[in-house]
Design a protein around this ligand. Structure first.
Ligand SMILES: *[C@@H]1O[C@H](CO)[C@@H](O)[C@H](O)[C@H]1NC(C)=O
Ligand SMILES: *[C@@H]1O[C@H](CO)[C@@H](O)[C@H](O)[C@H]1NC(C)=O
Ligand SMILES: *[C@@H]1O[C@H](CO)[C@@H](O)[C@H](O)[C@H]1NC(C)=O
Ligand SMILES: *[C@@H]1O[C@H](CO)[C@@H](O)[C@H](O)[C@H]1NC(C)=O
Ligand SMILES: *[C@@H]1O[C@H](CO)[C@@H](O)[C@H](O)[C@H]1NC(C)=O
Ligand SMILES: *[C@@H]1O[C@H](CO)[C@@H](O)[C@H](O)[C@H]1NC(C)=O
Ligand SMILES: *[C@@H]1O[C@H](CO)[C@@H](O)[C@H](O)[C@H]1NC(C)=O
Ligand SMILES: *[C@@H]1O[C@H](CO)[C@@H](O)[C@H](O)[C@H]1NC(C)=O
Length: 521
């Protein structure tokens, strides 16, 4: 008897070991109820991370040979298997990739579920190796194309050595590079605080790259009197920045003076660009007209509010990117405003009626015959509280929830589930790009922007790591002081609508003529 009992205990133990990792089904979203997610999102989160991690694969989300991201890949509209990848990428996608690695390096178990679900212990090493490969690629790019001063244009990533895409020869954008830089900054923090010698060496090498971009930031992007070029044109990409034959000019009249995600670049220039104190002050003066107090009713026909928010450009979720990377939420007025923005985002989607999701700049639905993307819908958000009131609001996207997730994981993920439940919105690489809110089409595509923004929100963003290094570098207090000054002068301390609750979806994606992918049913 005792023997038998002992035997049973051993068998049970073995079974529990075997079943300790169970891959969730590809089409997991409809199996979770909204109530379960609101009560405890953990199981749903694990399923999300497990499947989103399938995007982190060679020839899908990145190139293992050089460690570089690919923008994304089309998938077959019937099977959901990857077809034509976008061989190009940009510094913004790099930033999303590196932010995930920051958490993996720090030993975060969610990041490990994404990177290496069956062997979580391997995740930090995987991240460090790719970061090493990636840095070599950046440095080689800098050798071949020194005109970029270490910054990245949109590039082709499908060869071992990257090169500018044909439309970015002799041109470089500030916004995407601002996003990239602070993600590297956070990575340096985690690498250098590890006892691992190799990691410390890697931290130094990345810091050298950061310092190099800082030494060129003003030369390439600064136009004087607080003006920063949105895109800089290079005289000759093969000449170093300090060559007498090299020159840089602003492309057109475009300035990066927005109080949204473009601000990440402003901070880099501000802290490390070597500007005079009057130039540094001017950076904020140029930005001021765009930071606007919007306190109207949300939807005038069906009144909710008033709610005070920072006026959006479109209020696309994409605009909120900066809070993933720098400790903005340490400034209470910013945190409260961004929380209000999610009251607006979630409740607006309900008040619109017959709307199962939320909005963000995203790729349009693919043509069901050709499988191609007809265009990118930039102007999607909440027109009622935005500078740009003409918007295209037929297409919703799962990643619209990422800023909501930062405030309330359960409610953010209830919206995410509501969109994933739509036919075809899950595939072998996780969530699908976007869908029509009337159910007549989806975008058979997967990308860093539409997928890994949410993953990074689930990881909490990297601001807590940037903050540690900002303390070391002696810039944290100034960051807080200036952010408080700029927001305080527009919003004071009293906001309206802070008692309004975030809204939950009340309408499902209509089942019309889209089917689930055959490999994810
Ligand atoms: C998608 O895959 C199916 C089944 O393999 C194939 O018949 C179809 O031609 C593919 N569609 C495209 C656009 O490649
Ligand atoms: C980038 O290339 C320039 C020009 O060759 C060189 O001086 C600089 O040290 C390189 N930067 C880095 C980070 O290696
Ligand atoms: C600012 O940009 C304009 C347009 O590119 C250019 O003509 C001007 O020389 C620039 N000024 C400075 C100081 O860079
Ligand atoms: C900028 O540099 C390029 C390459 O050296 C040169 O051809 C061009 O004439 C220069 N432009 C100006 C305005 O100096
Ligand atoms: C998106 O596709 C719809 C058709 O599905 C089209 O009417 C609209 O103009 C497209 N917009 C963009 C920006 O591609
Ligand atoms: C949009 O922003 C621009 C630049 O700050 C401003 O001139 C314009 O009045 C704004 N429009 C609206 C509708 O807020
Ligand atoms: C679904 O219906 C819409 C509108 O009738 C049509 O444009 C689209 O091609 C259809 N899609 C499929 C996959 O049948
Ligand atoms: C922001 O706007 C609202 C409504 O227009 C107003 O009540 C509030 O005083 C404004 N806040 C500041 C600091 O101007």
């Amino acid at each position: 008897m005792a023997f038998l009992r002992g035997f049973l205990v051993v068998v049970t133990l073995l079974l529990s070991l075997v079943s300790c990792f169970q891959a969730p089904p590809c089409r997991f979203s409809p199996r979770h109820s909204q109530q379960e997610i609101l009560n405890n999102p953990t199981n749903f989160v694990n399923d999300i991370l497990y499947w989103e991690g399938h995007f982190h694969a060679n020839n899908i989300g990145y190139n293992t040979a050089n460690g570089m991201s690919y923008d994304g890949t089309l998938i077959n509209g019937t099977t959901g298997i990857a077809t034509d990848k976008h061989p190009f990428s940009a510094a913004s996608k790099e930033s999303l990739q590196i932010m995930v690695y920051v958490h993996a390096l720090a030993g975060d178990s969610r990041a490990a579920t994404f990177l290496s679900p069956t062997n979580q212990k391997a995740a930090p090493g995987i991240a460090a190796n790719i970061l090493k490969t990636k840095l070599n690629t950046y440095l080689k790019f800098n050798q071949t194309f020194p005109g970029y001063g270490g910054f990245l244009p949109w590039f082709l990533a499908d060869q071992a050595d990257i090169q500018p895409t044909s439309d970015w020869v002799n041109r470089v954008p500030a916004l995407d590079n601002g996003e990239l830089i602070w993600s590297v900054y956070a990575a340096v923090q985690v690498l250098e605080s590890s006892p691992n010698r190799e990691w410390k060496t890697l931290a130094k090498a990345w810091q050298t790259w950061l310092d190099y971009t800082a030494s060129n930031a003003a030369r390439i992007f600064y136009n004087g009197t607080g003006r920063v070029c949105a895109v800089a044109d290079l005289g000759d990409q093969s000449l170093p920045p300090n060559s007498p034959s090299q020159n840089y000019t602003c492309e057109g009249t475009g300035l990066i003076n927005d109080p949204y995600e473009g601000e990440l670049f402003t901070w880099w220039l501000y802290f490390f660009g070597g500007l005079s104190s009057s130039d540094k002050n001017a950076l904020w003066e140029v930005k001021r007209p765009q930071l606007v107090n919007y306190s109207g009713a949300l939807v005038t026909s069906r009144h909710i509010g008033p709610i005070t928010v920072q006026e959006g450009f479109w209020l696309s979720s994409h605009e909120q990117w900066k809070v993933l990377e720098l400790p903005y939420f340490d400034v209470s007025i910013v945190k409260r405003l961004y929380n209000n923005a999610e009251r607006v985002r979630t409740c607006n989607s309900v008040l619109m009626g017959r709307n199962p999701g939320m909005f963000a700049s995203v790729n349009n639905i693919t043509d069901p015959v050709t499988g191609q993307i007809p265009g990118y819908i930039s102007n999607a958000g909440v027109p009622e509280v935005s500078n740009q009131t003409v918007q295209e609001l037929d297409v919703i996207t799962p990643y619209s929830v990422f800023p909501t997730v930062l405030f309330d994981e359960g409610i953010g993920l209830a919206w995410y589930k509501n969109m994933l439940d739509g036919k075809g919105m899950q595939n072998r690489y996780g969530s699908t790009e976007s869908e029509r809110r009337d159910g007549i089409g989806i975008s058979a595509f997967v990308s860093w922007d539409s997928k890994i923004t949410t993953v990074n929100a689930l990881l909490g963003g990297v601001a807590k790591y940037s903050k540690m290094k900002m303390h070391k570098d002696g810039i944290y207090d100034e960051f807080v002081k200036i952010t408080q000054r700029e927001y305080g002068r527009v919003f004071g301390n009293t906001l309206k609508g802070e008692n309004i609750r975030l809204c939950l979806p009340t309408f499902s994606v209509p089942v019309v003529n889209v089917s689930d992918f055959t490999t994810c049913r």
